[in-house]
Design a protein around this ligand. Structure first.
Ligand code: UD1
Ligand code: CA
Length: 513
């Protein structure tokens, strides 16, 4: 049910210079979605009456992502006055004048936050009755964060050497404005706050820009409130990673690793075997049925769906794929593809978008496919390219075959019927159709349609030019070997002429398997 007394402000206007990136900081991804989308999705669960996102740098790119996640959210453009305080000041102005509830402010770069932590903050604020309630965390390395400065009178009480756990909060000091003794404080401001809207309307206009960064700091609200005689409550979070802020790529990879570990644990408890969590990466939107097995070095990205009993990996990347029940997908790279139940893919297969492999089908070693529908039980086992093709059921494509779909100008399709047997090393020059039950010989270049039940072949008869090596490569190793073989054959023939019976064993023709 919508919380009519709650407004949420998400701060997303910063430049993110520490990422050193062309991509706006909040659009860098972890677990497959942008940093800011994690925050938006969590905020959405609180079902506030108003949700406001403040944007400025790369605003259009941000707005696209924000409206995707929060279609009813309000967008506010921050002006040229910098700072988190200014961002909130402008967001407040977008709320209706008669809104007199609570305002939850969340930094857009805090993707690990969960809804329980936010709901806990809202409850604490409403029960505690302070003018502001904010989240803090104790960090081994607090550098970069604002520090929670508590009253001197309780400094004697320092559990684990942590300054002022029990002291009254006086203010927040930013890292760049802090004295050496303030820098020693391990309790940091998480960037997640609850304020009464009335206090924000009163005090935000009083923020100054007299600080190291020349910005209006939202964090200065705490000192303004305390000076006005109001109470401020600080709520330390249970686990500090919940409020990790992402400012640079090192922090991004740490947060991504933590989130991945949480996602993997969740799926393990839901019945998925993950043999090596350290080398397995699963995006937030991927889903699994029980008894899936993921082997080491595997990345399951996007909205991939994997059915019961499938075995994926090792060393496999699936992006937005669907894997059927009991399928086996080994050392494979696949995007936007469907792998049928009981099908086998890999090792070393490359499935490009719109590959659809039927039940019990096979795409084997060193095979690339693209826009290829391969029917139930059909197989492309070795060393082939299948592009822009439809293959019926129960057909077999010979080793080393190429679907030549591109003549340099247009791409065309190849149709292969059902129960077709195609020889090794064929080229199908599209557009071309091969009827049901047809065969082709090894090395066929199929340029014309093959009617159902026909055998297609177009290789010229083989000619052997005897003595060619001796004439043109005299003295080479090949010549020496050939001369020796010919001499041995001549000697054997001479023996035969001397009355001994000969048995010339027939050499079986070998075909590729
Ligand atoms: C901020 C806090 C710091 C806290 C830390 C927690 C301030 C002044 N400092 O520092 O006390 O420990 O977060 O992670 O608030 N933003 C705007 N408009 C601006 C500037 C920033 O919307 O003018 C947004 C950014 O996009 C970002 C968030 O506010 O999502 C925080 O900004 P950032 O520059 O990362 O602040 P920190 O230095 O991390
Ligand atoms: Ca930050």
């Amino acid at each position: 049910m919508t919380d009519s007394r709650l407004a949420i402000i998400i701060l997303a206007a910063g430049q993110g210079t520490r990422m050193k990136s062309e991509t706006p900081k909040l659009l860098h991804t972890l677990a497959g979605i942008p940093i800011v989308s994690h925050v938006l999705a969590t905020a959405r669960e609180l079902d506030a009456a108003y949700t406001v996102a403040v944007v400025r740098h790369e605003r259009d790119a941000l707005v696209t992502v924000i409206t995707d996640e929060l279609p009813n959210g309000l967008i506010v453009d921050q002006d040229e006055i910098p700072g988190t305080g200014r961002a909130v000041e402008q967001a407040i102005a977008a709320l209706p004048d008669d809104f007199d509830g609570d305002v939850l402010v969340v930094n857009g770069d805090t993707p690990m936050l969960d809804v329980q932590t936010l709901a806990g903050l809202v409850n604490e604020h409403r029960q505690g009755g302070a003018a502001a309630t904010l989240l803090s965390a104790y960090l081994d390395d607090p550098s970069g964060y604002g520090r929670i400065v508590r009253a001197a009178e309780t400094e004697g009480d320092r559990p684990n050497g942590r300054i002022g756990r029990n002291g009254r909060v006086d203010r927040i000091v930013e890292h760049r404005d802090a004295t050496d003794s303030e820098l020693a404080i391990a309790e940091i401001n998480a960037g997640v706050y609850l304020f009464g809207v009335a206090e924000l309307r009163d005090l935000l206009p009083q923020l100054t820009m007299h600080n190291a960064q020349g910005e209006k700091y939202l964090t200065d609200m705490i000192e303004l409130l305390r000076r006005a005689g109001s109470d401020v409550t600080v709520l330390p979070v249970s686990e500090s990673w919940l409020v990790a802020g992402i400012n640079d790529r090192a922090q991004l990879s740490e947060a991504a690793a933590k989130m991945n570990a949480l996602i993997i644990r969740g799926w393990q408890l839901a019945g998925v075997t993950v043999q090596d969590p350290a080398t397995t990466w699963i995006d937030l939107k991927a889903t699994f049925e029980p008894d899936v097995t993921l082997l080491p070095g595997t990345q399951i990205k996007g909205a991939t769906v994997i059915a019961r009993g499938a075995i994926v990996g090792p060393d496999t990347t699936l992006v937005d794929c669907e894997v059927g029940e009991g399928a086996i997908v080994k050392r494979t790279d696949a995007t936007l593809s469907v792998i049928g139940a009981g099908a086998e893919v890999g090792p070393f297969s490359y499935l490009r978008p719109n590959t659809i492999l039927g039940a019990k089908g096979k795409i084997g070693t060193f095979v690339e496919t693209k826009n290829a529908q391969i029917g139930d039980g059909s197989k492309v086992p070795h060393l082939s390219y299948v592009g822009d093709a439809h293959i019926g059921v129960g057909s077999n494509i010979g080793a080393g075959s190429i679907f030549a779909n591109y003549n340099g100008v247009v791409k065309s399709e190849t149709e292969v019927g059902s129960h077709v047997r195609l020889g090794s090393h064929n080229v199908f020059v599209a557009p071309v159709t091969i009827g049901d039950g047809a065969y082709s010989g090894a090395g066929t270049v199929v340029r014309k349609n093959v009617p159902a039940g026909s055998l297609a072949m177009n290789i010229a008869p083989q000619r052997n030019l005897e003595g060619w090596v001796q004439a043109h490569r005299a003295g080479s190793a090949a010549d020496t070997a050939a001369q020796a073989a010919l001499a041995a054959q001549a000697a054997e023939a001479a023996l035969g002429e001397n009355g001994k019976s000969t048995t010339t064993g027939e050499r079986a023709d070998r075909t590729g398997e």
